[in-house]
Design a protein around this ligand. Structure first.
Ligand code: IPE
Ligand code: IPE
Ligand code: MG
Length: 247
């Protein structure tokens, strides 16, 4: 599916990043194991991808497993790994049919071969899609991203004098995407937790109490509405004070 000929609404964020937090609490409230909350979280993600795409968002980047989440009990970690495999087999065909291009960003060196192969399959089989770009950050950390970018630039022999912000950006994990316009975190915590540290320099932040499995179209519309109210100055002066050119 190719929707790229449709003119895009400039008030809709082109790139949305989401910290999908609150799965564990959602499950605990129901006296269920935390992994059950993660399972519901996958379903919420599939719904959200389509809802964001319907609203004209081109890139959706979601935090699924952080470099620090290895600290969790081994039962939860292995449950999450297993869930990725289940999610790929349950939803990949649907996502592919819905025009979603899937990418996985993060350190792949520490995950099982089985998982790596599932990801490569997901990326290959959706590579032609253009409706929305879904990037799943898995074993991702903003600090890891900066370090891996520097390492790769050094391995490429980039001269220190040539290493400016644009040059380093080309080595970051999301080099194919513009920086996130809107950064949403569900679950009530007001922190970044080592997500897109470099890329979120000028993102607009929306924090919501909603737990991720409950995040729905109403929450998406509320977040986009909040984004529309913001005056993005990038270090400049308020838009209302700008003198129109030619006066
Ligand atoms: C976010 O939900 C998903 C992952 C970190 C994998 P949590 O598991 O952190 O849920 P809470 O914050 O404990 O409720
Ligand atoms: C951030 O949530 C990571 C993901 C949502 C994948 P955490 O639940 O791990 O963050 P903290 O520990 O509350 O900062
Ligand atoms: Mg959490």
């Amino acid at each position: 599916m190719n929707f790229s000929d449709t003119p895009r609404d400039p008030t809709v964020p082109r790139h949305v990043a989401v910290v999908m937090d609150g799965n564990g609490r959602w499950a605990r409230k129901r006296y269920m194991p935390r992994v059950y909350g993660h399972k519901q979280g996958v379903d919420a993600l599939v719904r959200a991808v389509n809802a964001f795409a319907d609203r004209g968002v081109d890139y959706l980047t979601v935090f699924a497993f952080s470099s620090e989440n290895w600290k969790r009990p081994s039962e939860e970690v292995s449950g999450l790994m297993g869930l990725v495999l289940v999610a790929v087999s349950k939803y990949l065909t649907k996502l592919a049919g819905d025009g979603v291009r899937v990418r996985i960003v993060g350190d792949r060196s520490k995950v099982s071969n089985k998982l790596r192969e599932a990801w490569e399959y997901a990326e290959r089989s959706t590579a032609h899609n253009t409706r929305i770009n879904l990037s799943v950050a898995f074993n991702y950390g903003g600090r890891w991203d900066m370090v891996q970018a520097c390492r790769h630039a050094m391995l490429d022999g980039v001269h220190p004098e040539a290493l400016d912000e644009a040059a380093l950006s080309r080595y970051m994990a999301l080099s194919f995407a513009p920086d996130p316009d809107l950064f949403i975190r569900t679950g009530g915590e007001m922190r970044i937790s080592n997500f897109l540290l470099w890329q979120s320099a000028y993102s607009e932040f929306v924090f919501t109490e909603r737990l991720w499995p409950d995040f729905d179209e109403t929450d998406i519309d509320a977040a986009i509405q909040a984004y529309r109210q913001r005056d993005r100055r990038y270090g400049g002066i308020p838009t209302e004070e700008l003198v129109p050119q030619g006066i």
